[in-house]
Design a protein around this ligand. Structure first.
Ligand SMILES: [Zn+2]
Length: 268
């Protein structure tokens, strides 16, 4: 929940950093035993890591991103990607993870799915070229209305076909069309709202996978996405590995924060 607040505040540019938010990190990092080596496929845990903004090093030092924990400078992102490469991690796309969930393929023990939320411009400017150079895969979950309205700071949807050609290992999936808002608990008709939003989003591209905004979801949303053809959905808010015992419409992810040690989530 606190992480969700951080994402929310990221969108409010007058957000003043307050050290007490760091305090919550201590509670939320759920380090699991990485040394378990069970042969059972269900015991395999795949890190699905999540980034938000990738910014230039200058921006990180000088701008509003300085104290923004979900804004990572590109140099740090590059170091992290090189680390994964050096450790022998295979990067996945969503389809590979999906097929593994279905029991149709096996994955190397060192597998990782690298995801980005919101489709912010730094993903195009910095993350995609870095991943491409290292021959690594990535997936961006884009917010339809911000992409299609050509909002400043977001990847423009018209660029996506070209980006797919430039970076064939990079994929684009859904972060909803216009539901990047906090739905209230008592909101009526969540099923219809979600279903209609997904239809709008699919008007532009045929999305197969989805990340819930702020990681928040209701059972009605799971039903709506299933009915509209989304095959797999990711949460956000409670760090943990993905494994096949989880519901395929609420797979866990791991958030990467600019002030944390990223390597704790990976096998040495
Ligand atoms: Zn988001």
């Amino acid at each position: 929940m606190v992480y969700n607040i951080i994402e929310f505040l990221d969108e409010n540019k007058d957000f003043q950093f307050n050290k007490k938010y760091l305090f919550f990190n201590l509670f939320k990092v759920n380090t699991m035993d990485l040394n378990k080596n069970k042969s059972n496929e269900n015991s395999i845990r795949i890190p699905v890591i999540t980034y938000h903004r990738i910014v230039s090093d200058w921006e990180k030092r000088k701008s509003q991103y300085r104290y923004n924990l979900i804004a990572l400078p590109k140099s740090k992102f590059k170091i992290q990607m090189k680390y994964l490469k050096k450790k022998g991690y295979k990067t996945l796309n969503c389809t590979e993870l999906y097929l593994w969930y279905q029991g149709k393929i096996k994955l190397p023990k060192k597998s990782v799915l690298i995801t980005f939320d919101d489709g912010t411009i730094g993903q195009e400017k910095y993350a995609m070229p870095i991943l491409n150079k290292l021959d690594m895969k990535g997936t961006s979950f884009i917010i339809g209305n911000r992409t299609y309205n050509n909002d400043k700071g977001y990847i423009n949807y018209k660029r996506i076909p070209e980006l797919k050609k430039l970076y064939p290992n990079f994929d684009f999936q859904s972060h909803t069309f216009d539901l990047h808002i906090h739905l209230k608990e008592d909101m009526e008709d969540i099923y219809n709202i979600t279903f209609n939003d997904a239809v709008k989003q699919n008007h532009y591209f045929n999305f197969t996978y989805l990340a819930y905004p702020f990681g928040k979801f209701y059972s009605e949303m799971k039903m709506a996405y299933k009915d509209v053809g989304i095959k797999m959905a990711f949460t956000y808010g409670e760090n943990g590995y993905a494994n096949r015992t989880q519901n395929i419409y609420s797979i866990r992810r791991i958030k990467i924060y600019s002030n944390e040690d990223f390597s704790i989530w990976f096998k040495k």
